[in-house]
Design a protein around this ligand. Structure first.
Ligand SMILES: Cc1cc2nc3c(=O)[nH]c(=O)nc-3n(C[C@H](O)[C@H](O)[C@H](O)COP(=O)(O)OP(=O)(O)OC[C@H]3O[C@@H](n4cnc5c(N)ncnc54)[C@H](O)[C@@H]3O)c2cc1C
Length: 375
C-alpha cells in the first residue's frame, strides 16, 4: 500500500457502496448483475486497472486489482465476477497478437465487453487435456462443436475464450484458445440455463453449447494453433493468486463481523467475548489471519516483481481458501441461530466460501502442483 493506493481504495469502497451493495439482493434472486454495472465500472476506471493506457487500461499494477478484490470481499460482494473478467483480460495481454490486443482490450476496459473463459466441460474439469470441444478449420473460420459448463459471466459475456482441440491426436499440443466475440450474435451458439448454486448467487454461471459455431480464424489467440495449454499454464498462477487474495480478505471480513457481534451479544450475564472459549478460538483465528495476510502480501509482491511461481500461487489458493472456509465456519458458530439466517452477512459468507476450494483448480490439484515442485 501507498498513498495513491489508499486513495484508490477509498474510491473503490464508495463505488461498491453506491453501485453494488444496494442491488445485491435483487441480483442474487435473478442470478446475474445489471449489465450496466460493467459500463459504470469502466467509466470509474475500475476495469483493467493494470493494463497499459495505450490499450484503454489505467496503467496501474496488480496492487490496484488486489485492492478491488479486497474491497469486494470486505463488502461481501461475490455477485460481480470482476476477477474472471480480469483473468480473461490477461489472456489477451499475455497471449494475443498486437492486432487482437488493439481490438479487444479497449472494449474490456470500458465495460463494452465482459470477459469469460470456457475450460470446463460436463465430462472434464481438472483434467484439462481431456477437453472434447473441437475446432476445425473451414476456410477463414473455425467451426466449433462441443459444450461447456459452470462458466462464470457466461450470461453477459461479450468476449468468450474457448478452450478447444484443434488437433485430436496431439495431447496438450492439440489445445488452442479461440475467442468468440459477441457470441450470442453468432450462429451455432446456445446459452443454456443459469445454474442454481449454494452461494455466490448473484454471479451468473452458465452452460454453453456450440453447434457448428463459426468464429473467424483471426480470433485464434496468439495466431498459432497448439499453444493453448501453455497459454493456460502461464496465466494460472495469477488466477490462483486472485482467488487467494479474495479468500484472505473474506476471512478478515468474517472476523470483523464476529468481533462486533461477540463484543455486544450477552449470555449468562457476560458478553460472548468474555468466555474463555471465544477468546481462545478468536485468538487462534486472528493468528492464522495474520500469517495469511503476511503470506498473501508476499505473493502479491512476488507477482509485482514477475517472480510468482506456480507452486507458491497454488499454496496461496489452497491454503487461503481452506483457511477462509475454516475461519468463516468457526465465526458463524458465535452467532448461534442468527448465523444460519441469510440476512446476516456471516451466513452468506459461509455459503459463498465453499466454492473457493473447488474452482480455479481444485485444492487437491493445487497440492499436486506443489508436490510436483518437490520431486
Ligand atoms: C461457481 C463456479 C464457477 C466456475 N467458473 C468457471 C469458469 O468461469 N470457467 C471454467 O472453465 N470453469 C469454471 N468452473 C469449473 C471449475 O473450475 C471446475 O468445477 C473445477 O476445475 C473442477 O472440475 P470438475 O468439476 O470437473 O471436477 P473433477 O475434475 O471431476 O474433480 C472431482 C473431484 O476429484 C478430484 N480430483 C480430480 N483429479 C484429481 C487428481 N489428479 N488427484 C486428486 N484428486 C483429483 C478433484 O479435486 C475433485 O475433488 C466453475 C465452477 C464453479 C462451481
Amino acid at each position: 500500500m501507498n498513498e495513491e493506493l489508499t486513495l484508490f481504495r477509498d474510491n473503490v469502497r464508495k463505488f461498491i457502496a453506491a453501485e453494488i451493495t444496494p442491488h445485491e439482493e435483487q441480483w442474487a434472486e435473478r442470478q446475474y448483475v445489471d449489465r450496466d454495472l460493467w459500463h459504470k465500472a469502466g467509466a470509474a476506471g475500475l476495469l483493467c486497472t493494470d493494463v497499459a493506457e495505450e490499450y484503454g487500461g489505467a496503467g496501474g499494477t496488480f496492487a490496484h486489482e488486489a485492492v478491488i478484490l479486497e474491497e469486494q470481499a470486505y463488502a461481501g460482494n461475490t455477485a460481480w465476477a470482476k476477477g474472471v473478467h480480469e483473468i480473461v483480460t490477461h489472456y489477451i495481454v499475455g497471449c494475443a497478437t498486437p492486432e487482437q490486443k488493439k481490438r479487444w482490450l479497449p472494449k474490456l476496459a470500458s465495460g463494452e465487453m465482459v470477459g469469460a473463459i470456457a475450460m470446463t466441460e460436463p465430462g472434464t474439469g481438472s483434467d484439462l487435456q481431456a477437453v472434447r470441444t473441437r475446432a476445425e478449420r473451414d476456410g477463414d473460420s473455425y467451426l466449433i462443436n462441443g459444450s461447456k459448463t459452470f462458466i462464470s459471466n457466461g450470461h453477459h459475456c461479450g468476449l468468450l475464450i474457448i478452450v478447444c482441440k484443434t488437433d485430436l491426436s496431439a495431447g496438450a499440443k492439440g489445445i488452442s484458445l479461440i475467442a468468440a466475440e459477441n457470441p450470442t450474435e453468432l450462429p451455432g451458439y446456445k446459452r443454456g440455463r443459469l445454474l442454481h448454486k449454494i452461494g455466490q448467487k448473484g454471479q451468473d454461471t452458465a452452460e454453453l453449447f456450440f453447434e457448428n459455431l463459426r468464429v473467424p480464424a483471426e480470433n485464434l489467440l496468439g495466431g498459432r494453433e497448439g499453444q493453448g495449454f501453455y497459454q493456460l499454464m502461464n496465466q494460472l498462477p495469477r488466477e490462483r493468486l486472485i482467488i487467494g487474495v479474495g479468500a484472505i480478505a473474506a476471512a478478515e471480513a468474517a472476523m470483523h463481523h464476529t468481533l462486533d457481534y461477540v463484543r455486544q451479544r450477552k449470555a449468562f450475564g457476560k458478553t460472548l467475548l468474555e468466555f474463555q472459549n471465544t477468546r481462545f478460538k478468536l485468538a487462534e483465528r486472528q493468528t492464522e489471519l495474520t500469517i495469511g495476510r503476511v503470506f498473501i502480501d508476499h505473493c502479491i509482491q512476488k507477482l509485482l516483481d514477475g517472480k510468482l511461481d506456480a507452486a507458491t500461487a497454488s499454496m496461496a489458493k489452497w491454503w487461503g481458501t481452506q483457511k477462509q472456509c475454516e475461519i468463516v465456519d468457526e465465526c458463524l458458530q458465535f452467532f448461534g441461530g442468527f448465523g444460519y439466517m441469510t440476512e446476516y452477512p456471516i451466513a452468506r459468507m459461509y455459503q459463498d466460501a465453499r466454492v473457493q476450494k473447488i474452482y480455479g483448480g481444485t485444492n487437491e490439484i493445487m497440492k499436486e502442483l506443489i508436490a510436483r515442485s518437490l520431486e
